[in-house]
Design a binder for this molecule. Structure first.
Ligand SMILES: Cc1cc2nc3c(=O)[nH]c(=O)nc-3n(C[C@H](O)[C@H](O)[C@H](O)COP(=O)(O)O)c2cc1C
Length: 358
């Protein structure tokens, strides 16, 4: 077994949905009450973590609602008791001193359960049309590297003097400093060369997109050998979408239904989909990979292969865990009922397999 037991996560529904826009039992609803109740349910069901993605406009469709990540994360931190809250952030949208201050604040509100997921952006309109501006891919990471270096130190209560290419701080420190642990956990979502380098240098956990085990194993092996100084080894998480049922054929049928919905969406929303294709940064490793990986659900979704009977899905999760994936950030549709089914049927099977393996 992996040194790290499986952790179950769920994407907070801040986009309204990350699967079909026309599922009859899953309204497109990014409202605060929906997300609040979804995360409270996740906590009750035994999910370990939730990821609050960050966009200002909604990349699924600009006319759709998108809940603000950081106000939602702060409120979720106050309402929950056990579940980890991960708030995503694109470095260029906020100065590192302000972001670090907010992170330390939410860490305190949550009593030590807050994490930051640094995402170096792929969707152009949020940055370009707001006037914030979007640097080219690798330079975005060069900025992100300085930004995260400063954020990590500030979140740890250190006083920072830093004169970089993009940032300049003089003897700047945050009070109060975190009281529960040294700092919030740092995640990075990304797969490109600079994402790997940044994760090795500054992060605790690296999130992969859903993909086949062979490519993930090569990816993990590549990142694991990168120097990290005295830090503990990097840990890994992955995005995936669950299609689980009593039997494998039933799950295949459900998957087929998802594909039908996907085609119906394309027929009804063709212009929207075509627009999205023109709005992505072609240099993002995520986009380069995902356009060749047909999938349903968030960030690679079903490409992770978590489709099958409850037993099959549980076995695959354990196999993924042996490859090094600790945190599974999962999507479901319909959201609340499939989360509940997963918690009842798949989570106990995974726990049983883990205990059998010792
Ligand atoms: C689990 C996961 C969560 C992500 N969440 C976000 C997000 O909230 N907002 C965003 O703009 N990008 C998000 N991304 C996209 C990554 O930031 C993306 O990979 C990056 O923008 C492009 O970098 P790359 O070329 O290194 O892949 C996420 C990626 C992963 C794997």
């Amino acid at each position: 077994m992996s040194k790290h037991p499986v952790r179950f996560g769920v994407w907070a529904n801040v986009h309204g949905t990350l699967a079909s826009l026309s599922h009859p039992d899953d309204p497109v609803d990014a409202s605060w009450p929906r997300v609040r109740d979804q995360v409270l349910l996740a906590e009750k069901l035994g999910f370990d973590t939730t990821l609050v993605a960050q966009h200002t406009m909604n990349p699924v469709g600009e006319e759709l609602d998108q809940l603000d990540a950081w106000t939602a994360a702060a409120a979720l931190a106050a309402l929950t008791k056990k579940i980890e809250i991960i708030g995503a952030i694109k470095p260029s949208v906020i100065h590192p001193t302000i972001l670090a201050k907010q992170a330390v604040g939410i860490e305190e509100i949550s009593e030590g359960r807050f994490s930051v997921n640094v995402v170096n952006a792929w969707w152009k309109p949020d940055l370009e049309r707001s006037g914030i501006g979007m640097l080219p891919h690798d330079e975005r990471y060069a900025f992100g590297k300085e930004w995260l270096h400063v954020v990590a130190k500030l979140m740890s209560g250190e006083r920072v003097t830093y004169h970089g290419r993009y940032l300049k701080l003089d003897d700047f420190g945050l009070r109060p400093a975190p009281t529960r642990r040294s700092r919030p956990t740092i995640y990075i979502g990304g797969e490109s060369e600079p994402a790997r380098e940044l994760a090795a240098a500054e992060a605790d956990v690296l999130f992969l997109n859903g993909q086949a085990p062979e490519s993930a194993a090569a990816f993990i092996a590549d990142v694991r050998v990168r120097p990290r100084g005295t830090r503990p080894p990097l840990r890994f998480g992955m995005s995936a979408f669950i299609v689980a049922a009593k039997t494998d054929p039933e799950a295949e049928e459900l998957l087929e239904y998802h594909w039908q919905r996907n085609s119906a969406d394309k027929a009804a929303q063709g212009a929207l989909m075509e627009r999205l294709v023109r709005q992505v940064d072609e240099e993002s490793a995520m986009w380069k990979a995902l356009k060749h990986r047909p999938h349903i659900g968030p960030n690679g979704g079903t490409a992770a292969g978590l489709v099958g009977s409850f037993d099959t899905v549980a076995e695959r999760i354990v196999t993924w865990n042996r490859l090094g994936i600790e945190t599974f950030m999962l999507g479901f549709q319909p959201l609340e009922s499939d989360m509940t089914l997963f918690a009842a049927e798949v989570m106990p099977r995974v726990k049983r397999l883990e205990s059998l393996a010792g």
